[in-house]
Write a protein that binds this ligand. Structure first.
Ligand code: AMP
Ligand code: MG
Length: 412
């Protein structure tokens, strides 16, 4: 049986990034940019005030202080979004708001906190007292100080996070070219399965894998076509596969163990698929089949609700991310201290569901209780997978262990 690492490298060797498409900016979060982005113009496009205050000529404020205020004549009010009508000349000022373009003639801004009384003279003219000498350029954001026209701002291959989305908006890109999201077909196999809307009949169980798998695909940037429950019948399976193979990847659950009704293994060659992986030395998740059928990767995952998700995290998640053009496809792994005895032991790599916490800057793990591959609660309670190599263990409390982080740990 091959190892987890060997299986992953076989899978990734068959996965290519999808092609790019133009998307509306609002739909580009977490997508990989497929074009270089240069700045068509300066940001900010014009010099403007960084403060609410008065646009002045620095020279007119020389020597100003609270004890010796300098009076300046106020020409007009300048809110953001408008352009001054007047030019600032000797001993004049314009009342300016944050973001308003610097008026012609002015070279600095005195913030409102550094000014005193504004008063109307007898002739109706308004003045302000300046309490603080301005230095040339004070409180002014220069045109192009954030981004220069023509500059390469974002490179192809960048993952678009909220700051990059904001930058693209600032540069005036309503659409950009990104790698399109992969579409996954999800199939649940098993005569015992029922839709969750229906009342449970004797001997039946609810199809939960469809929901956990859909959620996982969405969590890692894909879209989902759910094809429902397929009974353990070859004809039915064959038909549903021909539908599923119109997507970018197919994920099935169940039907890959050694039982009489586990038919997925037989179906793949009949569909002229190439069976590339059959079983992986891991627990849970041993019965995994990976094949390429008509150029489409097919992940046939085990049916147990825990196994299916652990297998997804190990194999489908990296494939989905690679399809999206991402480079960082491994979950973070950390070294942690096991805080309780663990009596599990197996000849395969054991991925034990654990709670990871950071206490005093140290990662600590404890088990989430019984580890059976059907005990979904072991995953519900967990935020990490402790990696125990084959035949290692039982492990004593205090042992250093390797942990794959599924979610952000709590910090204490
Ligand atoms: P199988 O691999 O088909 O033998 O399934 C292994 C175990 O997982 C059996 O106990 C199945 O009933 C269960 N199982 C399979 N598919 C699902 C599913 N979609 N939802 C919940 N349990 C499932
Ligand atoms: Mg089954």
């Amino acid at each position: 049986m091959i190892t987890i690492e060997e299986a992953l490298s076989i899978i990734l060797a068959h996965i290519k990034p999808l092609r790019s498409e133009s998307f509306e900016l609002a739909d580009c979060l977490d997508r990989v940019l497929a074009q270089d982005i240069s700045a068509p113009e300066n940001i900010p496009p014009f010099a403007n005030s960084a403060m609410d205050g008065f646009a002045v000529r620095a020279v007119d404020t020389r020597g100003a202080s609270v004890d010796h205020p300098v009076p300046l004549l106020i020409l007009e009010d300048l809110p953001a979004g408008q352009v001054a009508r007047r030019v600032v000349k000797e001993n004049q000022a314009i009342r300016i708001m944050t973001g308003a373009p610097l008026p012609e003639g002015a070279d600095s801004v005195v913030k409102v906190e550094d000014t005193g009384e504004e008063k109307f003279e007898a002739d109706g003219r308004e003045t302000v007292l300046i309490y603080q000498e301005a230095v040339y350029g004070d409180h002014i954001r220069l045109a192009g100080e954030s981004v220069r026209q023509g500059e390469l701002v974002l490179e192809r291959g960048t993952v678009l996070r909220p700051p990059e989305i904001g930058m693209l908006a600032a540069l005036g890109y309503p659409r950009v070219s990104v790698i399109r999201p992969p579409r996954a077909a999800i199939i649940s196999t098993g005569d015992e399965l029922q839709n969750i809307e229906e009342e449970l009949l004797p001997g039946k169980i609810r199809d939960c894998n469809r929901y956990s798998l859909s959620a996982l695909v969405r969590q890692y940037g894909g879209t989902v076509a759910t094809l429902g429950i397929v009974p353990d019948e070859k004809d039915y399976l064959r038909k549903i596969f021909s539908l599923a193979l119109t997507t970018d990847l197919v994920i099935t659950s169940g039907g890959v163990s050694a039982g009489k009704y586990d038919l997925v293994r037989e179906i793949i060659p009949e569909l002229e698929g190439e069976l590339l992986i059959d079983r992986v030395a891991m627990k849970p998740g041993k019965p995994l089949i990976f094949s390429m059928v008509r150029g489409i990767p097919v992940f046939s995952l085990p049916g147990n609700p825990v196994s299916v998700m652990v297998s997804f995290l190990q194999f489908v998640r990296p494939a989905l991310l690679k399809m999206q053009g991402k480079n960082r496809i491994q979950k973070p792994e950390v070294e942690a201290i096991l805080v309780e005895d663990c009596n599990e032991r197996t000849g395969r790599t054991h991925l034990i569901r654990v709670v990871v916490e950071i206490k005093d800057g140290v990662y600590q793990v404890r088990l989430t209780g019984p580890q059976g591959s059907g005990i979904l609660r072991s995953l519900v309670l967990s935020n990490g997978l402790m990696v125990v190599p084959p035949n290692r263990g039982p492990l004593k409390a205090g042992t250093k262990v390797k942990v794959i982080l599924i979610d952000q740990p709590e910090v204490e």
